[in-house]
Design a protein around this ligand. Structure first.
Ligand code: DNO
Length: 396
């Protein structure tokens, strides 16, 4: 697998030179400053590519070309947005960047309720607390119909917690849930968020799925013609929140999408963390089943806490068998190699990392500090080398 590393662009405190020191060869990035749905100009794409190459790295994956809400809801100027999306695909492919990650989550990109969850070791992890979601949903947003989406025990816990919260706690939680970057290109205030929730009330999961399929029918042929591949990132978390429709949370969602859009240029980002936070997902089985259409892998682990809450675990700890996933993806690479596929090597990146050591207190993109990912990558590299040694019969 190609070792890659997410970089948020020139403003990222983790620099290209750090990525080189981490030993990754590929960079995963987007033109974050022009990612509101407009077409990416060639000049901007090429400038970014040159900057990456000057550091001795290559731009392996675009993550993400953001999909505008107009496209997901097929409203407003969605036709223009789709045309712009097609132009962006062509521009990055022309520059030689052929793997394009995106997601189709309604309104929210990934969601966490705690960015500083203290680990027994003294480091910090990202955490998702379902009770906090219920607090916001039931008592701050007061979303009509929210009661039905939370079991009675969670509602009770949420009520108690809400009563004990100060205004500033509520403001902090709201900030995390609706107006926080990075890699979330669209942010909201409470009224704007509620307005978007209302828009999605009229769109059941199958409606959103139909919109995704139409979108792919419009963009996947463009990607195929340009020699590029699209790979959808799963919902994070991989279950519904705020009553929003979810269409990329389970193996069955992937199956349905692949059946509806058989074009191989439309594939999957196997994010073991996002899929893995849903205990029903078996990531090794998913790697096996969807192997030929996995264009990119995000490798990270989660620890389920039993009530729908979870936190991000060590890369090789937690509820997902990452060794099994890596071994499966490496078998897939071998199969592709034997078939002579040009995309035999699957890019992977250590996804998220704990906040550790000197990074504590620094300005970092949550989940994307340097040392935690360095550790994750080193551990995963050890797995990849060991799996390779076994496969080549060098060790028994
Ligand atoms: C979180 C990331 C997501 C991902 C997008 C892909 O760390 O995995 O922000 O980049 O959902 O579109």
């Amino acid at each position: 697998m190609q070792e890659t590393w997410r970089w948020f662009g020139p403003d990222d405190t983790v620099q290209l030179s750090h990525i080189a020191q981490a030993g990754a060869s590929g960079v995963v990035t987007a033109l974050h400053h022009i990612n509101q749905g407009q077409a990416w100009p060639d000049a901007e794409v090429l400038a970014r590519k040159r900057q990456i190459e000057a550091a001795g790295l290559s731009w392996s994956v675009v993550e993400s070309i953001a999909v505008a809400e107009e496209i997901k809801t097929r409203s407003g100027d969605f036709r223009q947005r789709i045309a712009d999306y097609q132009r962006s695909i062509e521009a990055v492919a022309r520059a030689g960047v052929k793997t394009i990650c995106y997601n189709f989550m309604a309104i929210t990109d990934w969601t966490r309720t705690d960015l500083m969850y203290r680990l027994p070791t003294g480091g910090y992890a990202l955490r998702f607390d379902h009770t906090d979601i219920a607090v916001y949903d039931l008592f701050v947003l007061r979303r009509p119909g929210a009661e039905a989406d939370h079991p009675p025990e969670r509602r009770q816990r949420a009520e108690q917690r809400f009563k004990a919260m100060a205004e500033s706690d509520i403001a902090d939680l709201e900030h995390l849930l609706i107006d926080w970057l990075p890699a979330r290109e669209f942010v909201y205030d409470r009224a704007g968020f509620q307005k978007m929730l209302d828009v999605y009330k009229a769109i059941p999961p199958d409606g959103l799925r139909a919109n995704l399929i139409e979108f792919l029918n419009e963009v996947a042929p463009v990607a195929a013609a340009a020699g590029a591949r699209l790979c959808i990132h799963p919902d994070d978390p991989a279950f519904p929140i705020f009553g929003l429709p979810r269409v990329m949370s389970t193996a069955d969602d992937v199956r349905q999408l692949f059946a509806a859009v058989p074009e191989p240029a439309s594939g999957l980002t196997l994010c073991t963390g996002a899929f893995g936070c849903n205990p029903r997902n078996d990531l090794v089985a998913m790697a096996e089943e969807f192997g030929p259409r996995i264009h990119f892998a995000h490798l990270r682990n989660t620890r389920h806490e039993g009530d729908g809450s979870f936190h991000e675990a060590e890369h090789l700890d937690g509820n997902t068998d990452l060794i099994g996933v890596v071994a499966s993806l490496m078998r897939e690479e071998e199969r592709r190699g034997a078939e002579g596929r040009a995309d035999a090597i699957i890019p992977m990146r250590p996804d998220h990392g704990h906040l550790l050591i000197d990074d504590i207190g620094k300005t970092v993109n949550p989940g994307y500090s340097c040392i935690g990912r360095l550790k994750g990558l080193a551990e995963l590299r050890g797995v990849m080398r060991t799996v390779a040694a076994f496969r080549e019969g060098r060790v028994r």
